[in-house]
Design a protein around this ligand. Sequence first.
Ligand SMILES: Nc1ncnc2c1ncn2[C@@H]1O[C@H](COP(=O)(O)OP(=O)(O)OP(=O)(O)O)[C@@H](O)[C@H]1O
Ligand SMILES: [Mg+2]
Length: 491
Amino acid sequence: MKDSMTNETSRPNRSGKPAGKPRFQGQSHGQNKPRGEHGGKPHFRNDKPNTNHRRMRAEPEEKFIRRAIPEIDTPFTRMGIDPRVAINLEGLGIETPSPIQEKSIPGIVAGRDLLGLAQTGTGKTAAFGLPMLTRLLNIGRKPEPRTCRALILAPTRELATQIAENIDAYAVGTPIRQFRVVGGASINVQVMRMERGVDVLIATPGRLIDLIERGAVDLSQTQYLVLDEADQMLDIGFIHALRRIAKMLPRERQTLLFSATMPKLMEELADSYLTDPLKVAVNPPGQAAAKIEQGVHFVNQGDKATLLAEYLSKHMNELAIVFGRTKHGSEKLSKLLEKWGYKVAAIHGNKSQGQRERALAGFRAGETKVLVATDVAARGIDIPEVAHVYNYDLPNVPENYVHRIGRTARAGRDGRAIAFCAPAEIGELRAIEKAMKAQIPVVGGEVPFEASKMRERGGPAGGRPAAPGGQGARKRPARRPSRAPKSTQRA
Ligand SMILES: Nc1ncnc2c1ncn2[C@@H]1O[C@H](COP(=O)(O)OP(=O)(O)OP(=O)(O)O)[C@@H](O)[C@H]1O
Ligand SMILES: [Mg+2]
């Protein structure tokens, strides 16, 4: 509970990240080494260590920080990342920039707005976090009460927490502080902490608006705005909150939008938040991460639980996330799996924040092997050990399929994703394949007539329009992005 309120004080020491973390292709040297092991101790500009501790203590903080800028040369410093940030990366296993980092960091350091699209698990957090910290380090003044210099918005509490932990890890040894404000934690504690102002505020939109309404947060000095999972932040569930927030931000600011998916209509809306942006796409947007072995298993709804148990029992010791559509259904499924002897936890909107945090923590630690989740865990969550994703129910937002399966195969690892498709879900399957512009191979079950027709035609990948809702296909809810009002549109 404590961490959900005063997280800004508890910096995780991430330098001892678990061993065995694979690197992005092309990385050439070891990881998990103590800082400085590779190529000796880090060099500091002032070669002679200052042994006069009394003098050091008496010196103003500002001076001490300036003297301690490490003299290092890494691929990140060469792209303009401040050495005080870059020095933390080797200990986090981040040594060679991933493609999205390579493509976006120089532009962000130079102050450009940016739309960055890259597959799941390819390091988008560092792609915005590192250059943002670099720019913040050059300000050199404390933030004023209730203000924040940078605002990062994310769709879920868990993702906001994870981003906060990442920012902490990148910022070790710098004066930059982050604070996370999410629902489910005491608002009074958040109001009190904001009294002092903060460098980086990481928030879910709903709680941020509550705080603004109480006069606890003032965004008039926020020079950086990041929307992680930008297409979701611009979608119907968040756009109203986002518009209200955007109105309070200065027009002169740097805005960074990142996601693994960006439907065309959404991109037009995204443009209204950006000024002369760089647009960086590592692959055609909307594709699944390269190393996910995907499959679809056709099965009757009533047989899904037994089928899931069969799959799970083949990989008892590996971590698996099972996505259900509804809170109730996911809860029921987790109870059933528990009865069948699986070590399982559930995460969805009907759980208390404490339960959600405990479920995720137990799963991260490998104490529970199966996590049953709704789309609350579809985006951004980074648990490198997840080896399997089961789409027990297909998502009704097609892009979420790519995000859900992206919980596996992170940072160059392998992963497996099986979609269970009931006869009533052919429409969803078609929409997913159309959004990905790819067919998911059939790995089991009897291909229903509708699906086989679609496949014969070459499916959505063949570029033909999918026939409207066929036999038994459930109608998907219309999903159209609403536009930003003129007031939030930036010239
Ligand atoms: N350059 C790098 N080299 C090795 N590992 C990296 C690098 N950059 C990031 N990582 C690691 O890759 C993992 C995935 O990073 P991150 O969560 O930022 O991905 P993402 O692109 O935001 O994915 P998603 O679309 O699912 O949100 C993290 O564990 C991170 O520490
Ligand atoms: Mg991410």
